[in-house]
Design a protein around this ligand. Sequence first.
Ligand code: MAN
Length: 348
Amino acid sequence: MENLFERFSVNPILRPTSICPSRNDLKIECLLNPGVFRYRDKIGLLLRVAERPKQKEGYLSFPKLNDKGVIEIMEIPKDSPDLDLSDVRVVNYQGEDYLTTMSHLRLVWSTDGVHFSEDKNYPAIFAHDAYTAYGIEDCRVSQIGDTYYLTFSAVSSNGVVVGMKSTKDWLTYQDYGPIFPPHNKDCAIFERKINGRYYALHRPSSPEIGGNYMWISESPDLIHWGNHRCIARTRKDHFDSSRLGAGASPIPTEYGWLSIYHGATENNRYCLGALLLDLNDPTKVIARSQTPIMEPEETYEIEGFFGEVIFTNGHIVRGDELVIYYGAADEVICGAKASIRAILSTLV
Ligand code: MAN
């Protein structure tokens, strides 16, 4: 593969030890998949912080929000016959699925786009209701005017839904609850209207007929979504053979909307690809990567909490330069740069 992306030489830029846990009894296992935005003269990352209690010998323990809105710790003997731990991310206990870690969103700031630190004046975003009881994950940030729209996976026993919040100042938020019902994630809102309508990419999953395909929908108000269309399906024997989902908000270019997306195989190897959508009708796919534009190569991408993963849902565009921020091996945060023209030249 051509080397389209130049990774930051200081990667990983953030690790689980870079910030403090939200509670003394929790440990940060993974920092991953940040949403990215510009605010005033700074670049902000909205990190996904995945935590769990320090594990006791012979037990598996993980947090979840109870019916009273309080975090409780589930503790299950590891030798329980009702326990399935075949996926490090998921606990199946007595037939019910939980997550091994609980995620919240935390803000870190930078002036150079490489060195990030927390500013305690800005609050974290925690699980807060029946739809977020297992956590909040993989937030995309879309700026429309002076308002930032946050779309994230909200996980609970009700399923995985797309939740939305908005903010103008990163201090106070309006919450809209779920905007797409289960099973749905990877929602990226376009940052401007097309023919008077808002558009969003998202990824419903159909477990029987169908699969994990990318869809596009339109809306008059960012809350009510309709005119749903499936625009990209998984492809056998490709890097996106098992599932795919949009990264951050698509980038307008003279050739069309460029969407950087993740594709995964049946073996859960996560790479990045690109889609080019018609500028005036983004339900039309003009081109799509045949091979990954970026794949796990570095040790920090191959080995970690969940290895062989590059997952991006946030970027900054500076002229022709695209800077992506990504979760590597579901454990650390990294950055990489590419020329938008060079990505487009692989498509058109
Ligand atoms: C899913 C999501 C992501 C995660 C990948 C790889 O797509 O849970 O947050 O990075 O799997 O584990």
